[in-house]
Design a protein around this ligand. Structure first.
Ligand code: AMP
Ligand code: MG
Length: 344
C-alpha cells in the first residue's frame, strides 16, 4: 500500500476524513504523540489498527472526540460520571484520557472486551479538525509499531508504518511528547493508570481524592492483572540496553566516565554534556521536566538510528510533576533495571 503524506490544509484534512469514513487508517498529530486513527464505531476498521501496529489484541484503544457533547451525541457511555464534568472543565481539551463504563455502541475491538471505554478530547487543532470532518469519534493509539517509542513527528510514523496505512498528516512535532495521562472513574476512588502531561498533583487539586496505580512505577508480578493492559507490556525500548542509575549528579558522571567505551552512551541533561567522556543524548536542562518529556522518545529513536550504542546510562528521573511520566516510560525502556549507587 502506498501511504499518502498529507498536509494540514483543508483539502488534505477532508481527504483524511474520507479515508476514515471509508474504514481506512490515518496517522495524525495530537498534542501528546502522533495517533493512528480509525472510525471508533467501525469494529472492522479498528481491527486494522492492531494489525498495522502488531498491537496485542487485549490492549484497548482511546476514543478521541472533538467536543464534550460528542460523548452524548454518539452515546459512548450510558451515564456520565459527575467527576468527568470537573475534569473536563479543567483539562479538556488536553492530554487527559478518562475511563468510564461503556455503552453497547463501543465495538469490542476498541475496549478489548473490557466493560469500560477510554475517552479523550485532544487540544491539537489538526486532530480536532479531522474528527469534526470525519463526523465520527476516532479510536487512536500511538502511531508506532508496538514496542517501539511513540512517534512525535510524521517522519517517525512513516518510518514505522509507511506502506501499512492509508495516510499520515504532517502537523509538525508534538508539544507534550509523551502519551496522555490516563485516569479511571470506573473505580470507587479515581485512579491514575498512566502518568502524562496532566500531573497527579494537578488532578488531586481538582478531585480532592486520587489514587495512583502501583503499575505506574513498579513492575507487575507475573500473577497480577494490569488495570491498564498497556502497562504490562515492555514499552518504549530502544535496541540498546538502557540502565538507570539512582545516584547523585557527580556520581553519575564518575560512574559513566569510568565505563567509557565505544558502545556506551549517556541519556543526560545539557549540564552534563561537557563533563561526560561518552556519546551524549540530552533531554534538556536539568530541572526542565517538560523538556525531558518532549525529547525522551525522540532521543530513544536517535539512539537506535545512530545504531552505535549497546548500553545507555541515564539517571533515575524525578517522580514529581511531569517527571513521573518520564520516570514511567524510562523505567519500562530499562526493563525496570535500576542500579542504586546510593546504597553502597
Ligand atoms: P495508547 O493509545 O497507545 O497510548 O495506549 C492507550 C493506553 O490506555 C493503554 O495503556 C491502554 O491499556 C489504556 N486503556 C485504553 N482503554 C482502557 C480501558 N478501557 N481500561 C483501562 N486502560 C485502558
Ligand atoms: Mg502506545
Amino acid at each position: 500500500m502506498n501511504t499518502l503524506l498529507l498536509k494540514d490544509n483543508e483539502k488534505d484534512i477532508n481527504k483524511a476524513a474520507d479515508i476514515l469514513r471509508n474504514g481506512g487508517l490515518v496517522g495524525l498529530p495530537t498534542e501528546t504523540v502522533y495517533g493512528l486513527a480509525a472510525d471508533a464505531l467501525n469494529g472492522k476498521a479498528v481491527a486494522k489498527i492492531f494489525e498495522a501496529k502488531g498491537r496485542p489484541m487485549d490492549n484497548p484503544l482511546i476514543v478521541h472526540i472533538a467536543n464534550f457533547g460528542d460523548i452524548i451525541k454518539h452515546r459512548l457511555v450510558n451515564e456520565i460520571p459527575k467527576m468527568l464534568f470537573l475534569l473536563a472543565d479543567e483539562f479538556w481539551p488536553g492530554p487527559l484520557t478518562v475511563i468510564m463504563k461503556k455503552s453497547d455502541i463501543i465495538p469490542d475491538e476498541v475496549s478489548a472486551g473490557l466493560s469500560t471505554v477510554a475517552i479523550r478530547f485532544p487540544s491539537h487543532p489538526v486532530a480536532q479538525r479531522v474528527i469534526k470532518a470525519a463526523g465520527v469519534p476516532l479510536a487512536a493509539p500511538s502511531a508506532n509499531l508496538s514496542g517501539s517509542p511513540s512517534p512525535t513527528t510524521a517522519k517517525h510514523v512513516m518510518n514505522d508504518l509507511g506502506g501499512k496505512i492509508d495516510a499520515v498528516i504532517d502537523g509538525g512535532a508534538c508539544e507534550v511528547g509523551l502519551e496522555s495521562t490516563v485516569i479511571t472513574l470506573a473505580t470507587d476512588v479515581p485512579r491514575v493508570l498512566r502518568p502524562g502531561g496532566i500531573t497527579v498533583e494537578q488532578l488531586r487539586e481538582v478531585l480532592g481524592i486520587l489514587q495512583v496505580d502501583d503499575a505506574v512505577v513498579h513492575k507487575l508480578k507475573d500473577n497480577e492483572v494490569a488495570a491498564s493492559p498497556g502497562m504490562k507490556y515492555k514499552h518504549y525500548a530502544p535496541k540498546a540496553n538502557v540502565i538507570l542509575l539512582k545516584c547523585h549528579d557527580d556520581e553519575y558522571i564518575e560512574y559513566v566516565n569510568s565505563r567509557a567505551n565505544n558502545g556506551v552512551s549517556a541519556l543526560c541533561c545539557d549540564e552534563d554534556i561537557r563533563l561526560l567522556n561518552v556519546r551524549t543524548y540530552s533531554l534538556g536542562k536539568r530541572n526542565d521536566y517538560t523538556a525531558h518529556a518532549q525529547n525522551l522518545f525522540d532521543m530513544l529513536r536517535k539512539i537506535d538510528d545512530d545504531g552505535v550504542s549497546t548500553t545507555v546510562y541515564s539517571r533515575l528521573p524525578s517522580v514529581n510533576g511531569v517527571g513521573l511520566a518520564v520516570y514511567n516510560r524510562l523505567i519500562r525502556a530499562a526493563g525496570f533495571e535500576v542500579i542504586d549507587l546510593e546504597k553502597d
